[in-house]
Design a protein around this ligand. Structure first.
Ligand SMILES: *Cc1c(COP(=O)(O)O)cnc(C)c1O
Length: 481
């Protein structure tokens, strides 16, 4: 308040009252948020209540009359607390899910307070400027073509959708079919080709786009697409094609051989997309960048900031080399929208028209860490994964199943039952969370190292917890023998 340059001066009394009402609620929310954040490192990681328990605590009936804002905030924070999972714990390895860096959370609060509908460059220039810088910095950091369009989406799934929409329309346009005017029916079939260990959300994006199920290509023992098999699949068909490659297999962390695969795909005129939801960040580390060698020759890339970069949910990133292809697929025009001629409006690079300025926390992390800090963050995650593989792998009866090239570690015990019992023991103890999956026909416990605070001390605690788990499950099974 009170800055004459930025207020109209009208209705000052009313404005003051409104601001005070924000103050109280924000302070209360801030207190609850701090209480939660300070509990995250040491609390039991799994939720301690079910969704139905929490509905009972919140109260199930729609109230006839209202409740004061402060009571609503207190009811929310206190009722929900037992139903929260400590995703931000440095020993949370379930799925590929990052925590939240303080600067990212602070920036995210500003995004909500500013409440900028970030669709139009001329209308919300503050938020758009921050996102445009974040996009330019990301291209620089990852070594991707500087003229590419960068769109901010809810997650990697929708980033894949955005990139694949550009891909679908462009490969059809090259086949003289105008999908924007004529739709898909009656047009040439688009072959969607992907490795057999692709992430399931690639198929989801393809399904949203009417592309159907993929033509799958066999993978090698680490889950990398086999380039000889890709060449055979491409040669066996004809017409428009999209090839989806992967930076970071969710079980092994492995990266496809981009240089060879992209050369083969481009030779047959296919568009190449790279799903790098967490793996794309390897390119930001001088010591890990070799894993992504050649990936810059692709046509589009998708990643998440809410994983490796540790910004709060949600933020995915869609990158397309040819801005015209992206804007033809995702843009729209309407007389009431004040479109700009300078650069593209944000709504032309994402599936939404109206959205929050979710790219702002990404800018804050890049500003806070710098190029060196991002490299340290990525290196730290990979180093912790190697530490877990070494420590847990040295325990009796534990087999590490993957080459630990990046942030993923898959372990198995001598039977699927024992492997599942270990994960269950960890869940019940609450100090380490690592989930089971199936990989190459076996039950595995998967550690996805994604949290900015997972350091050597946390790795030691993790190995100790697994050792306790092994002792416990052996004690449980012995009497039956
Ligand atoms: C997490 C993940 C996705 C999906 O990302 P969302 O942010 O959950 O939409 C896609 N691909 C890979 C490899 C992933 O790890």
């Amino acid at each position: 308040m009170g800055d004459r340059n930025t207020t109209t001066g009208a209705a000052d009394g009313a404005a003051q009252a409104a601001d005070a009402s924000y103050d109280e609620v924000m302070e209360a929310a801030g207190r609850h948020a701090r209480a939660w954040l300070s509990s995250v490192r040491e609390r039991a990681i799994p939720p301690q209540a079910t969704a139905d328990d929490i509905k009972d605590r919140l109260g199930r009936e729609l109230p006839e009359t209202g409740e004061p804002d402060l009571e609503v905030i207190a009811r929310l924070a206190e009722s929900v607390e037992p139903g929260l999972i400590a995703i931000g714990s440095p020993r949370f390895y379930g799925w590929v899910i990052g925590g939240t860096q303080p600067v990212a959370l602070g920036a995210d609060w500003l995004v909500s307070a500013w409440d900028q509908n970030t669709g139009l460059r001329a209308i919300t220039p503050g938020a758009v400027a921050v996102e445009e810088l974040a996009g330019e910095w990301l291209l620089d950091l990852l070594g991707l073509p500087p003229q590419s369009d960068v769109g901010f989406t809810t997650g990697a799934t929708m980033a894949q959708f955005s990139c694949m929409a550009a891909a679908r329309n462009e490969v059809l346009r090259r086949a003289a079919w105008d999908v924007e005017a004529d739709g898909l029916a009656g047009g040439p079939a688009v072959r969607y080709i992907a490795g057999e260990e692709r992430h399931g959300t690639m198929d989801l994006a393809a399904r949203y786009l009417g592309l159907g199920a993929p033509i799958t290509v066999p993978a090698d023992e680490q889950g990398r697409i086999r380039v000889d098999e890709l060449a055979a699949v491409l040669a066996a068909g004809q017409g428009p094609a999209i090839v989806a490659l992967q930076a970071g297999n969710i079980h092994s962390g492995a990266f496809d051989d981009f240089a060879a695969a992209i050369e083969v795909a481009h030779a047959s005129g296919a568009w190449v997309h790279v799903d790098g939801a967490f793996g794309l960040w390897a390119a930001a580390s001088p010591s890990l960048r070799h894993l992504t060698a050649g990936f810059e020759a692709a046509d589009s890339w998708s990643t998440d900031a809410h994983k490796t970069l540790n910004v709060p949910y949600d933020c995915g990133i869609a990158i397309v080399r040819d801005p015209a292809a992206m804007r033809r697929a995702l843009g729209m025009h309407a007389s009431y929208l004040q479109a700009t001629e300078v650069g593209a409006d944000p709504h032309e690079k994402a599936p939404e028209l109206s959205r929050r300025a979710r790219g702002v926390p990404t800018w804050a992390v890049l500003r806070s860490l710098g190029r060196e800090g991002v490299a340290r963050l990525v290196d730290g995650l990979a180093e912790a994964a190697r530490g877990i593989a070494d420590g847990v792998g040295a325990l009796p009866g534990v087999e590490v199943l993957n080459e630990v090239a990046f942030t993923q570690v898959c372990i198995a015990l001598d039977s699927d039952e024992a492997t599942e019992a270990l994960s269950e023991h960890l869940w019940n103890e609450g100090e380490v969370l690592a989930m089971t999956s199936r990989w190459h026909g076996r039950a595995v416990v998967r550690f996805s190292v994604s949290n900015w605070r997972t350091d050597a001390a946390e790795v030691r605690r993790t190995v100790d917890a697994v050792a306790r788990g092994l002792t416990a499950i052996r004690a449980e099974t012995r009497p039956e023998r």
